[in-house]
Write a protein of this length. Structure first.
Length: 155
């Protein structure tokens, strides 16, 4: 297995959107009411740190961080994956930890919301050291979403 992180292209976004996990698709519908390609293209356009993970040349996930407040150093991390990512999740988490640190160089405070039903996303966020808060209604559907965050203190 060859795992590489590469700059994201529109072709990557189209592939991942067309093949994303059902839980990600449901989260988009509940959160924004938008389809996966619309959500992904927006994320790609506004993110300051952005990568696609390729396994043997195939895009298995796209992740990044978009600015919530540059003045206060707050960014919104996100990830969209295909089901194939599950086979390589632990490897991807291990090798993506330095990328998370790159995100923290730009945004010391990372915060976003995740659909309460999206258990695989919860596991990834937990592995990456994020803290969770109790679910509350969120998005266009008003379904329960959990806020998650991770902060670093720069010296």
């Amino acid at each position: 297995m060859e795992l590489r992180f590469v700059p994201t292209t529109d072709e990557h976004a189209q592939f991942v959107a067309a093949n994303c996990r059902p839980a990600d698709r449901e989260e988009f519908a509940a959160g924004s009411g938008e389809d996966p390609l619309t959500v992904l293209r927006y994320g790609v356009r506004v993110s300051t740190v952005l990568f696609t993970a390729l396994v043997d040349g195939e895009a298995v996930c796209i992740f990044g961080v978009s600015p919530a407040s540059m003045a206060y150093g707050i960014g919104c991390p996100w990830l969209v994956a295909t089901p194939k990512m599950e086979r390589y999740a632990k490897t991807i988490v291990r090798v993506s930890a330095p990328i998370l640190e790159e995100m923290h160089k730009v945004f010391p405070h990372l915060v976003n919301f995740v659909d309460n039903r999206n258990e695989k996303a919860h596991r990834w966020l937990e592995w990456m050291g994020f803290q969770f808060y109790p679910p509350r209604p969120h998005g266009v559907s008003g379904l329960p979403f959990m806020m998650f965050e991770r902060k670093v203190q720069h010296v």
